[in-house]
Design a protein around this ligand. Structure first.
Ligand SMILES: [Zn+2]
Length: 105
């Protein structure tokens, strides 16, 4: 958790670094171009991280939902009930008792 830097932070750092280096570059004789490129690099990482998080988050939600639906449907299909006529074990998904043919539900 402590090592996770959010995308917007990379983006903000990149913007500050590149803009600041350009301001310094125009006002002084110092060559600030390496800082400008590092700023652009940070900016690119920020955009990349935001895009990745936007793409991956809905997928995770959908996957979790489908798993939930699957487990609930299997639970319904394999719910063990007892035939009211012959008292034998059967499943709630069956319309008729597998032993005596008694109509269930
Ligand atoms: Zn039965």
């Amino acid at each position: 958790m402590g090592y996770k830097i959010p995308g917007w932070m990379w983006l903000a750092c990149g913007i500050i670094m590149s803009v600041y280096s350009q301001i310094v570059n125009s006002s002084t004789e110092n060559n600030m171009m390496p800082f400008f490129y590092v700023g652009l690099f940070f900016l690119a990482i920020g955009i990349f991280k935001i895009v990745v998080s936007v793409i991956t988050n809905p997928k995770v939600k959908v996957a979790k939902q489908s798993i939930k639906e699957d487990s609930s449907s299997t639970e319904n299909n394999f719910k063990i009930i007892y035939c009211p006529s012959c008292k034998s074990k059967t499943y709630s998904s069956y319309r008729h008792c597998q032993n005596c043919g008694f109509k269930l539900n």
